[in-house]
Design a protein around this ligand. Sequence first.
Ligand code: F6R
Length: 253
Amino acid sequence: MVTNVQFLVFESPAAACREVAGEIAALIRSRDLIGRRAVLGLATGSTPIPLYRELIRLHREEGLSFRNVTTFNLDEYLGLERNHPESYWSFMHRNLFDHVDIDPACVNLPSGTVSQEEILRHCRDYEDAIREAGGIDYQILGIGRTGHIGFNEPGTPMDARTQKIHLDPITRSDAAPAFGGIDKVPTEAITMGCGTILEARRIALLAWGSKKASIVRQAIQGPITDEVSASFLQTHADATFFLDNDAASKICD
Ligand code: F6R
């Protein structure tokens, strides 16, 4: 069923992130009360950094505990060791996990070093682990300039599951400064599929800045198409775009 995806516009990324962190904290606390875990789907990249900062603040200053939280990250570059500074494993530890009381055994990311022969099995295992955890309660997403969610680049079908993908040249050039040159950016990654993402019970897509304005408009108001995988969120019953003024600037009334 197609619904109009909801979007909320905030004066700053920090203000948007306070709202999203508040929803996540409420979820974690409500699960704590009934002795159940909360399952979070997490993203990397520059966009969620202020969200992770706010979650760390809630942990330090307001007693939010992550001991009953399980996490699944969207993706990981293929060919990077965990301790590579640009691996998503490193990113997540640097920006969130090292600063909260999460059980390291409950942190899940796809492997960047799985062999080509083992990739299919590894992706199936990742899907199984999500299912065994009870599915994702709350999924955080960013959006790439290609319209990707996770690393579901243009042409990836709506029902795709966790799989190996080739990174789009635009995505690789956006990552080039962090890697110190496009030649150093991996060409492949493992990503949760759009089908996996769309099974999350609640989805929050975050986007900031004028560079995202055009693709945000396409995702919210354009056709539902595998050319813009974020447009699939229009079919989700509980997905919200959290935007700053610049990212929302091309949305038409
Ligand atoms: C990251 C991910 C990507 C990013 C997207 C935006 O785990 O899955 O979809 O969210 O590329 O990246 P930033 O936030 O750096 O603009």
